[in-house]
Write a protein that binds this ligand. Structure first.
Ligand code: E4P
Length: 221
């Protein structure tokens, strides 16, 4: 399973890259706005800065909502760096744009997916990634991980190559749930990935090892 970080913050991306288990980055217009990034020039520079840090795929979302606008913007983004994946919303124009990009060999991420039917359409159009938002489904008391399971089953029936990129992942339970189901990728804040490190027995075990070492070292000196 690949680990992507869901942020446009360069410090967090660098920290995740240095941690050693990062496979890519996803952004969205809200995450870019959080960093104060807008306007073609700044946006493009920011994506180039992200691509310079990470080794893997970097999802860059189009702002246009019409087909022609998505194509124009998506091609500009894709031309920035080979790591760029054009992120397109799950709309009628979006599906058409994904088909166009897929025919041209441009990688895509179909975002804002909340149902298995939407995921089926994204795969049919040739999306590289599909992004079901599990945290936002949980927020409205719908089983987010249940959706990942449904999509996995459907994609496996037909051997669709579209990768399931579980998005809106908020905690370690989400990450483990996705791993058990067989999601191809999770994207989350760095904090959720780092929370996989934690176990109280690891902390107390390490403290004991160090204390025992120190005690005997003091006796031998
Ligand atoms: C997906 O790519 C989105 O950027 C993201 O995962 C949304 O997460 P949120 O629901 O925590 O905003």
């Amino acid at each position: 399973m690949k680990f992507f970080i869901d942020t446009a913050n360069l410090n967090d991306i660098q920290e995740a890259q240095d941690f050693g288990v990062l496979d890519g980055v996803t952004t969205n217009p809200t995450l870019m706005a959080k960093e104060g990034i807008s306007g073609d020039d700044l946006v493009q520079k920011h994506y180039l800065a992200i691509c310079a840090i990470v080794d893997g795929d970097v999802s860059a979302e189009v702002i246009a909502t019409d087909y022609e606008g998505m194509i124009l913007e998506g091609e500009q983004l894709a031309n920035l760096d080979r790591k760029i994946v054009v992120k397109v919303p799950m709309t009628k124009a979006g599906i058409r744009a994904i088909k166009y990009f897929s025919n041209k060999g441009i990688k895509t991420n179909c975002t804002l997916v909340f149902s298995a039917g939407q995921a089926l359409l994204a795969a049919k159009a040739g999306a590289t990634y599909v992004s079901p938002f599990i945290g936002r489904l949980d927020d409205i008391s719908v089983d987010g991980l249940g959706l990942i399971k449904e999509i996995r089953e459907i994609y496996d029936h037909y051997l669709f190559p579209t990768q399931i990129l579980a998005a809106s992942v908020r905690n370690s339970t989400h990450i483990l749930g996705c791993a058990k189901i067989g999601a191809d990728v999770i994207t989350s804040p760095l904090s959720a990935i780092l929370s996989l490190l934690k176990h109280p027995l690891t902390d107390s075990g390490l403290a004991q090892f160090l204390a025992d070492h120190k005690r005997v070292a003091a006796q031998n000196n």
